[in-house]
Design a protein around this ligand. Structure first.
Ligand code: BDR
Ligand code: CA
Length: 300
């Protein structure tokens, strides 16, 4: 089993990432830490409690940073709704939040793989406070080798806190970057939603999450089906062969006039800088969705 901490901002796709991590025998999920991004810290933390309560997941949940390192918070209400996880009706909360700060909880659970599916504020704060030596690897959903989804060049998680991303990518810790160029292949088709809906009450919650997510992706981006970004990072930890990667230098644009938050991926080595990341370039989509559905089935 691979020990892992999941740092997230639930968020529809983060919720499925939590289920995939907790419902897969390959991963020993030690803690869930929350960071403000898709919605405020209070909302995303409540959402982590909601999905864990619905699924009977009892790992520690810890609150992290309420805002980016130097910028005001920018949330994705247009995609995730007012609660940050609009759509399903959730039952009562049965899991508490621990008192300690996320970065102390991350520290306590190292050595482990750190999976990050929100803005990188907690991860940067953790590395700054405790250093890099105990982290085995950071697998993050963020960035792109191509265009962005929040501005023409910036993906949301990096856009929200580019200074944190610059710290993480400059840290020297082994990083795997799962960007939009790959997550946009993981489209939740009506067939996948139907499979989820068959898996009892938890499956129907997943189905309702994906139905809401599909509606906002159709409205905002004109997508026919929504991309299941964050679980791809978890899937990479479960089975690295699912995601094809290449080594490259990734620079983070923190000051561009139009490009703040862009991930500048030097695929052809033109900058002459040493690689600092494994960058995802391919995904086995069918096997990925099999993992997701199997994990929800196990938790149901
Ligand atoms: C990322 O942004 C968030 O809205 C999603 O949860 C995902 O982590 C995709 O750009
Ligand atoms: Ca997320």
């Amino acid at each position: 089993m691979i020990p892992a901490v999941l740092d997230c901002d639930p968020g529809h796709d983060d919720a499925i990432a939590i289920l995939l991590a907790a419902g897969s025998p390959e991963i020993d999920l030690r803690a869930i830490t929350t960071v403000a991004a898709n919605q405020t810290l209070d909302k995303v933390t409540l959402n982590a409690q909601r999905i864990c309560s619905a699924a009977g997941i009892s790992v520690p949940i810890a609150r992290g940073c309420a805002r980016p390192l130097v910028r005001p918070l920018y949330v994705a209400e247009d995609i995730h709704g007012e609660s940050g996880m609009d759509g399903p009706a959730f039952g009562s909360i049965t899991v508490d939040v621990v008192e300690d700060h996320a970065i102390d909880v991350i520290h306590r659970n190292m050595p482990a793989t750190l999976v990050a599916t929100g803005a990188l504020t907690n991860v940067a704060a953790y590395l700054t406070r405790y250093g890099t030596s105990a982290v085995r690897e950071i697998v993050l959903m963020g960035g792109s080798t191509e265009r962005g989804n929040t501005t023409p060049y910036a993906e949301f998680n990096i856009y929200v806190d580019p200074e944190a991303a610059a710290i993480v990518f400059g840290s020297g810790v082994p990083i795997t970057m799962i960007g939009l160029n790959v997550t946009h292949q993981a489209l939740v088709t009506p067939g996948i939603v139907a499979q989820l809906n068959e898996l009892g009450s938890l499956g129907r919650i997943c189905g309702d999450l994906m139905t809401f997510f599909a509606a906002t992706y159709r409205e905002v981006f004109g997508f026919e089906a929504p991309p299941l970004h964050d679980p791809v990072a978890v899937a990479r930890v479960i089975d690295p062969t699912l995601v094809t990667c290449v080594e490259a230098f990734v620079g983070i644009e923190t000051t561009g006039t139009f490009t703040r938050g862009a991930t500048v991926v030097d695929l052809h080595g033109r900058l002459g800088r040493p690689p600092n990341a494994q960058v995802a370039v391919g995904l086995d989509v069918d096997r990925f969705f099999d993992l997701v559905v199997d994990a929800v089935r196990r938790l149901s």
